[in-house]
Ligand binder design. Structure first.
Ligand code: AMP
Length: 398
């Protein structure tokens, strides 16, 4: 695969799969442009080289073809602004005559944005004919959509078959995501600590199993920790428990022991008398939470213990909050972990934050620039760390 930074795009039409799946409010204003900003460096490099750019993306989950609500035309003005005023052409359909004509007439420095790919069912089905039509619009294919790299869709994977090996490559964002993830998964400096949190064990089983092969320490906090306590005979009151995963939790603990991986569960919790921002709260040991009460954040002793382990680590992966961080009363544990990761990073550790809610948390607490890497791809990063081969990556490497 050619290296993006040393590739010369001069005179070429680069067809870039970006992830512009941004949230819009009911006035079609973009409420968070992180994903658009993440693609700017890739676009600018191609334009600076003297190439032109054709951007394709999905937006939302349109069910029945074109709808104004999911039109990418709402992004044109803001994209132009992000590109320092460069005019952005728009094609009302991602394939067909208009797209072909507009792509053909692009000159060096020009930018064309295509309408939502998911207005065609063929996109998610990975239809070959549809992919071929998209491929015909450009002469180099750049995949910069890490957020959809775990999908074998027409524009993320199938399309790569229509470009020769020297004309398909990752964009800068994708390159960074893959490099950072590989650094953790394939060449982690030890001790390697993985921090898992969030609501459910069932969502994270494959992730934990794969990390049992790699990590020295696995910290388990958040709602999922109560299933582990219950599995060991603890009283967890009304805390979140997945009854059908008690055996899984036991098996994970046994495997960890056999593999000499240290699993750290929170010794205490901030407990509440209801799932509510204004609930009454107190502290409790996790093996004996009174009935009628539920653990909604890790406690002070747990924070201190986790902090020590984090500070001794050279590689840190974090996925999932330690508590219901959306409510002020229960965000202390997640904040303490974010702080410890920032401190460890300052001391030279490599830290990667992956997964939707830990990314929101790190942004909310203002630590995003104090960690090594914050991933843009929740689901894709999760699958990468589960050890799966992502179709979007495989298609280019092939
Ligand atoms: P996930 O999407 O699995 O990473 O889960 C994130 C969600 O887990 C967040 O919305 C948190 O509010 C929630 N969560 C974290 N800790 C707890 C807990 N102790 N009880 C209930 N929900 C929790």
């Amino acid at each position: 695969m050619p290296d993006f930074s040393s590739y010369n795009f001069s005179g070429r039409k680069a067809l870039i799969r970006v992830d512009f799946n941004v949230p819009l409010n009911d006035k079609f204003e973009i409420t968070d442009d992180t994903r658009m900003r993440a693609a700017v460096s890739t676009i600018q490099k191609i334009l600076k080289d003297g190439g032109s750019v054709i951007l394709m993306s999905h937006l939302g989950r349109p069910k029945d073809g074109p709808t104004n609500k999911y039109s990418l035309k709402h992004l044109v003005a803001h994209l132009s602004k992000l590109l320092n005023g460069t005019k952005v052409e728009f094609a009302d359909d991602c394939i067909g005559q208009e797209a072909v004509d507009k792509a053909k007439s692009l000159k060096p420095g020009d930018v064309l944005l295509l309408e939502n790919l998911r207005f065609y069912k063929e996109e998610e089905k990975g239809d070959k004919e549809f992919a071929k039509k998209l491929a015909a619009l450009g002469d180099v294919y750049v995949n910069d959509a890490f957020g959809t790299a775990h999908r074998a869709h027409a524009s993320t994977a199938v399309i790569a078959d229509y470009f020769p090996a020297d004309k398909k490559l990752f964009g800068l964002l994708m390159e960074n995501e893959v490099k950072s993830a590989e650094k953790v998964l394939k060449s982690a400096e030890k001790p390697f600590t993985a921090i898992m949190g969030g609501a459910k064990v069932s969502d994270k089983i494959l992730l934990i199993e794969n990390l049992l092969e790699k990590a020295d320490n696995i910290i388990i906090g958040g709602g999922m920790s109560y299933t582990f306590f219950k599995a060991q005979g603890g009283e967890v009151g009304n805390s979140l428990v997945e009854e059908d995963r008690l055996n899984t939790a036991k098996e994970i603990l046994e495997k960890a022991k056999a593999k000499n991986v240290r699993i750290l569960l929170p010794v205490d919790s901030i407990i509440a008398d209801k799932f509510d921002a204004n609930a009454n709260t107190k502290e409790a040991e996790n093996k004996s939470i009174p009935s009628g009460w539920m653990g909604l954040d890790i406690g002070k002793k747990a924070r201190e213990e986790f902090r020590k382990v984090i500070l001794e680590s050279k590689t840190i992966l974090w996925n999932g909050p330690m508590g219901v961080f959306e409510m002020d009363k229960f965000q202390g544990g997640t904040k303490a972990v974010a702080e410890a990761i920032a401190e460890a990073t300052q001391k030279g550790a490599f830290s990667l934050i992956g997964g939707g809610d830990s990314v929101s948390a790190i942004n909310q607490f203002g630590f995003a620039d104090k960690v090594s890497y914050v991933s843009t791809g929740g689901g894709a990063m999760l699958e990468f760390f589960e050890g799966k081969e992502l179709p979007g990556i495989a298609a280019i490497n092939k």
